[in-house]
Design a protein around this ligand. Structure first.
Ligand code: PMP
Length: 292
């Protein structure tokens, strides 16, 4: 089936879905984005993703191109036109097209808005989660505003490539003090020997993952003790369980860190349980009507 991409008001065939050579997203990664899970044709946690998008725009002093209801319509229409039942929808907003200059262009330059959707195999995701994944650790070489979801993802691209070359699925990044920040495209978690859930506080050093937030809600409702604090690579390797969270990977058990087994080397029961109940707590919406 032909893929359709939304670009600035037009639902274009994949091959002709293009942006200008002087788009600031292209030249400066002057752009923010969001990725929502699509499940049974519906958007998961749209409200929270849109709230984070607004925050990212605000931090970069970028105007919101249209109201949330209209963005919701674009997300849904892109999912519909691509007939995505299970997968993801990607929305990117850049500061627009302007003669190359580091400082912002004059006000009035129209932002660039791009949206695409693509299927992901649920069966493959479940299979991966059933086996658990391997991660490697490497230095976090990103800028200090990882809380803003920009398209400046080169450090993460290099990290993921290095993981893949090492036969691992993901790279967990480590700050100068030896503490794990997060994965290349996910948040990192451990379960301690005494059953506490631990994840790094959402300061400027990590992205405030939507899946992370939902897992916290699940933990709260189910009486888990959780701590928002940084943990070291050694602590992660000695943990009872490790897992990571993201909108497309959901709760994904980690069974090996730098080639060393975590716990008994199998997906942990906390991670497996969180994954099972995830969609009973996440918000799943068929229409953007709840957005005002
Ligand atoms: N951290 C980073 C660096 C990411 O790219 C992502 C995925 N967007 C996440 C965390 C997880 O965020 P979410 O749960 O919102 O997908």
């Amino acid at each position: 089936m032909a893929r359709i991409v939304y670009v600035n008001g037009v639902y274009a065939p994949y091959a002709s879905a293009v942006v200008h050579a002087e788009d600031r997203g292209f030249q400066f990664a002057d752009a923010v984005y969001e990725v929502c899970e699509v499940r049974d044709g519906l958007l998961v946690d749209e409200r929270r993703h849109m709230a984070r998008l607004q925050r990212s725009l605000g931090e970069l002093r970028m105007a919101q191109p249209m109201d949330l209801r209209s963005l919701g319509v674009i997300l849904r229409e892109t999912v519909r036109r691509n007939r995505v039942k299970n997968g993801l929808v990607y929305l990117q907003i850049t500061r627009g097209v302007a003669r190359r200059d580091f400082a912002f262009p004059q006000p009035g330059v129209a932002p660039t808005v791009v949206c695409f959707a693509r299927p992901l195999s649920r069966a493959k995701g479940e299979k991966r989660a059933g086996a658990g994944i391997s991660v490697i650790t490497l230095p976090d070489i990103r800028w200090t505003r990882a809380d803003i979801k920009t398209t400046g993802l080169l450090a993460q691209s290099l990290a993921r490539q290095q993981a893949n070359e090492a036969g691992a699925y993901e790279a967990w990044m480590v700050d100068r003090d030896g503490y794990i920040t997060e994965g290349a495209s996910c948040n990192a978690w451990i379960v301690t020997a005494d059953g506490k859930l631990v994840t790094r506080p959402a300061d400027f050093g990590i992205l405030r993952g939507i899946t992370r937030g939902v897992v916290m809600d699940i933990a709260r409702r189910n009486g888990f003790v959780f701590e928002e604090r940084a943990f070291t690579v050694d602590e992660a390797k000695a943990a009872r369980e490790a897992f990571q969270t993201s909108a497309t990977g959901l709760v994904m058990p980690v069974v090996k860190i730098d080639g060393e087994p975590v716990g008994n080397g199998k997906p942990g029961e906390v991670a497996v349980g969180l994954r099972q109940v995830y969609h009973t707590v996440a918000e799943i919406s068929s229409t953007p009507a709840h957005l005002t």
